[in-house]
Ligand binder design. Structure first.
Ligand SMILES: Nc1ncnc2c1ncn2[C@@H]1O[C@H](COP(=O)(O)OP(=O)(O)OP(=O)(O)O)[C@@H](O)[C@H]1O
Length: 297
């Protein structure tokens, strides 16, 4: 078994003092704690929507993800948690090949969306990103009208033949994102003029307008106030009736509130994955327990 001490310390993109302190605390805490040979808990499910095996990710020579295997079930909400720099966002970005946009990044392993190999060189990545949509940390509406933000994807994917069909997609998407009542009278106003929480719901509407099967969310509430956060969390629960969702979050309370299963990452390893209640009340691994009890952050 490897210990944290024996592993290369990953370098963080943003080396501010708080991150360095968190890393030092994490390393002190994990010095003598062996990683499990295999992820503990229940990383696999029957008939998964996404089947991910032996995933390894490298940024040039720095390995950020080490042999991670897990499933994401249909209509399941899975949270990815762990200390800063443990690889949550890197792993999430593998699921719709957003890492392709980073030149030095290489991904290895078997990653499947139902029968589809995500890294099949013949795969159309634009189509993949319609099937596996993504909502980012910072709301990023296009500098276009509210209507055009939502209509953009359906237009480029040819999902509506008539104006009437497009109107219907825009309305349904805004309704599902819980934004319709707030914007129905100003659909042609700029999306960037909305509040932060509204912009994030607009981005969710834009993502679901192309009828994705999976929605990836990378810290979707970190730029929002508690009221806007509560709205997004409520929305995640509603959306899970129609979509499969994977969410990266720094908030353990949020993971506990919104997800069915939770995956605990540590220095690029998946230490434990279990139903969310077990992770937060009876974690099986010492590293998970140390993290959820706040012994490092
Ligand atoms: N674009 C990049 N280029 C080089 N290295 C990167 C890049 N993005 C991430 N890394 C490295 O990969 C490792 C994992 O980073 P990642 O951002 O995935 O972690 P994280 O758990 O999401 O962190 P945080 O919670 O701080 O957002 C870190 O060592 C980081 O420095």
């Amino acid at each position: 078994m490897e210990t944290a001490q024996q592993l290369d310390k990953p370098s963080l993109g943003n080396n501010d003092a708080a991150k360095d302190k968190a890393i030092n605390e994490r390393d002190a805490m994990t010095q003598d704690t062996p990683y499990p040979d295999q992820t503990v808990g229940q990383p696999f499910v029957d008939n998964p929507k996404m089947r991910l095996r032996d995933v390894e990710v490298f940024y040039a020579d720095n390995q950020a993800i080490h042999g991670v295997s897990l499933d994401i079930g249909k209509n399941e909400v899975v949270s990815l948690i762990g200390p800063s720099g443990c690889g949550k966002s890197t792993f999430l970005r593998c699921l719709n090949r957003m890492n392709d946009t980073i030149d030095i990044c290489r991904v290895k392993g078997d990653l499947h969306l139902e029968g589809q190999d995500l890294y099949d060189p013949k795969l159309d990545v634009v189509e993949l990103r319609a099937r596996v949509g993504m909502v980012f940390q910072k709301p990023n509406p296009f500098p276009k009208s509210i209507y055009d933000n939502v209509a953009y994807g359906p237009r480029i994917h040819g999902l509506a033949n008539k104006k009437y069909d497009l109107d219907e997609i825009v309305e349904n998407s805004l309704r599902k994102a819980g934004l319709w009542d707030e914007v129905k009278d100003r659909l042609h106003a700029s999306g960037t003029g909305l509040s932060g929480g509204q912009q994030q719901r607009l981005c969710i509407a834009r993502t679901i307008a192309v009828s994705p099967e999976v929605v990836l969310m990378d810290e979707p509430c970190s730029a929002l106030d508690p009221i806007a956060t509560a709205k997004i969390e409520e929305l995640i629960s509603e959306l899970s009736e129609s979509y499969t969702i994977a969410i990266v979050t720094h908030s353990m309370q949020q993971a506990a509130r919104v997800s069915h299963r939770t995956a605990y990452f540590h220095l690029g390893r998946l230490v434990e994955m279990n139903d969310t209640e077990t992770v937060f009340t009876k974690p099986e691994h010492d590293l998970t327990e140390a993290y959820i009890t706040g012994r490092f952050g």
